[in-house]
Design a protein around this ligand. Structure first.
Ligand code: HEM
Length: 380
C-alpha cells in the first residue's frame, strides 16, 4: 500500500471512529478515548481536514458566538453543498446568509403571531391521536415523523395531509434525506439525493407558481406563510424554494426525534410523567371542551419546557456542528490555525458532570435551578 493510501486510510479511520453510532446519552468510544488521552480540546484529522475538536463549554460558546463573523464560518462537507445548493441557510455565508436569515426571522415571527398557527398544530396532533383509537400498538417514532411533516408542510405550503401533493413531496423528501445522511462518507449517495432534491424543488416551484397565478386571478388571497414568502422581494425564486426545503430539512428529523426521545425518557421516569400530566390537565381544565390552546396556555407549561430542555441535553439530537477558522484564533492556551475545521461537540458538554451534576440522569427539575440562575443574571 502506498504511503498516501495508508495515510488516507488512517484519516478516514479517524472519521469513521468519530461517526461510529453510539447511544445518544454517551459520548462514544472515539471521544472517550481522545478526551482521556488529550484533554477536552484536541487536534485530529476529520472529514478530510485538519480539525480541532472542542468538548469545552467555554470554547464551544465562543465559537458559536463568533460564527458568521470574522473568526469562524459554517463549513459543511462539500457534498452537502452539492445537495442543499449554495443558497441553503445551512451552507450560505456572509451577506447572503444575513439576508436569508433576516427573511426567516420575520417570516417565523409573523406566522407565530397568527392564532391559526397554534390551532393548526393542535388540530394535526388531535387528528393523529384519534387515529390511534382502534390500534393495539403504534410505532411512536413513525407517528412523530408524520406529525412533524404534516405541521411543517401545512405551515409552509398550506397543504394538508389529505392532498395528493403532500404524499409526493414526502416521498421525494425521504429520498433526499436518505442521500443526505449517507454523506459525506458514502459519496455514491450524492446523485440520488440531488435528483430527489431537484424533484421536490420542481414540485415546490409549481406550488408557488400555482399560488401566484391564483392570486392573479383574484381567487382570494390566503393569509399564510407562502403568501408572505411570495411577497418578499429580497429573495430570488431559487432562494424561496430553498427556504421551503430548509424548513423541511431543519424541522422534520429534529422535532420528531425529540418527541420520540421525550416519550421514551418519560416512560422511564414516572414522577416526571405524572407532573407533566398534571400540568397539562390543569391548563386543559381551565378551557372549554373544544377550545384551542393559545400562547398564554403554552407559556404556563413551565415543567413541559424543562422536560424539553432536559431531553435536548440528555438525548443530544444534534451532536456537533461544522465550523472553519477564518484566521488564526487563540483561545486560552489553544491555537486554532486559520483554515482548520473546528467541531464544537455539544454531547460532550451536555454529559459533562462538572457542567451538569449527575449528568447521566434524566432530571428535568435541574432546569428550574438553571432557569432561576439565568433570570437572576438577566436581572443584574
Ligand atoms: C428539536 C428541534 C431542533 C433542533 C435540535 C435543531 C437544531 C439546530 C442546530 C444545532 C442548528 C445550527 C446548525 C449550524 O449552525 O451549523 C440549526 C439551524 C437551523 N435550523 Fe434547527 N433545530 C430544530 C428545529 C428546527 C425547526 C422546527 C426548523 C424549521 C421549521 C429548523 C430550521 C433550521 C434552520 C433554517 C437552520 C439554519 C439557521 C441558520 O443558518 O442561521 N430547525 N438547528
Amino acid at each position: 500500500m502506498s504511503r498516501k493510501a495508508l495515510l488516507g486510510g488512517l484519516y478516514l479511520g479517524e472519521t469513521l471512529g468519530f461517526l461510529k453510532p453510539h447511544p445518544s446519552n454517551t459520548i462514544g468510544a472515539f471521544l472517550h478515548r481522545s478526551l482521556f488521552r488529550y484533554g477536552n480540546v484536541f487536534k485530529s484529522h476529520l472529514f478530510f481536514s485538519p480539525t480541532v475538536v472542542s468538548c469545552d463549554q467555554e470554547l464551544n460558546y465562543f465559537i458559536l458566538q463568533k460564527t458568521r463573523g470574522k473568526l469562524f464560518q459554517c463549513s459543511y462537507p462539500k457534498p452537502i453543498h452539492g445537495i442543499l445548493g449554495n443558497v441553503s441557510m445551512l451552507v450560505a455565508v456572509g451577506d447572503t446568509h444575513k439576508r436569508l436569515r433576516n427573511v426567516a426571522i420575520s417570516l417565523v415571527s409573523i406566522t407565530k403571531s397568527k392564532p391559526e398557527f397554534l390551532n393548526d398544530i393542535e388540530r394535526i396532533a388531535v387528528q393523529i391521536l384519534n387515529s390511534w383509537k382502534d390500534k393495539q400498538q403504534v410505532m411512536f417514532c413513525e407517528e412523530a415523523r408524520k406529525f412533524s411533516f404534516n405541521v411543517i408542510i401545512k405551515q409552509v405550503l398550506g397543504l394538508t395531509s389529505e392532498e395528493p401533493e403532500t404524499g409526493k413531496i414526502l416521498e421525494d423528501f425521504l429520498a433526499f434525506m436518505r442521500g443526505l445522511v449517507s454523506i459525506p462518507l458514502y459519496i455514491p449517495g450524492t446523485p440520488y439525493a440531488r435528483a430527489a432534491r431537484s424533484r421536490i424543488s420542481s414540485r415546490v416551484k409549481a406550488i408557488i407558481e400555482e399560488r401566484r397565478s391564483r392570486n392573479g386571478r383574484s381567487c382570494g388571497v390566503r393569509n399564510d406563510f407562502l403568501e408572505i414568502l411570495l411577497s418578499v422581494d429580497t429573495l430570488s425564486e431559487d432562494e424561496k424554494v430553498s427556504f421551503v426545503l430548509d424548513s423541511l430539512l431543519g424541522g422534520y428529523e429534529t422535532t420528531s426525534l425529540l418527541m420520540a426521545m421525550v416519550v421514551h425518557l418519560l416512560g422511564q421516569s414516572p414522577t416526571a410523567s405524572e407532573q407533566l400530566k398534571l400540568e397539562h390537565e390543569q391548563i386543559r381544565s381551565s378551557k372549554e371542551r373544544d377550545e384551542f390552546l393559545n400562547w398564554e396556555d403554552y407559556k404556563k407549561m413551565g415543567f413541559t419546557q424543562n422536560v424539553i430542555n432536559e431531553a435536548l441535553r440528555y438525548g443530544n439530537i444534534v451532536k456537533f456542528v461544522h465550523r472553519k477558522a477564518l484566521k488564526d484564533v487563540k483561545f486560552r492556551d489553544h491555537l486554532i490555525p486559520s483554515g482548520w475545521k473546528v467541531l464544537p461537540v455539544f454531547t460532550a458538554v451536555h454529559l459533562d458532570s462538572s457542567v451538569h451534576a449527575d449528568a447521566l440522569q434524566f432530571h428535568p427539575w435541574r432546569w428550574e435551578v438553571i432557569n432561576n440562575i439565568n433570570i437572576k443574571i438577566l436581572d443584574v
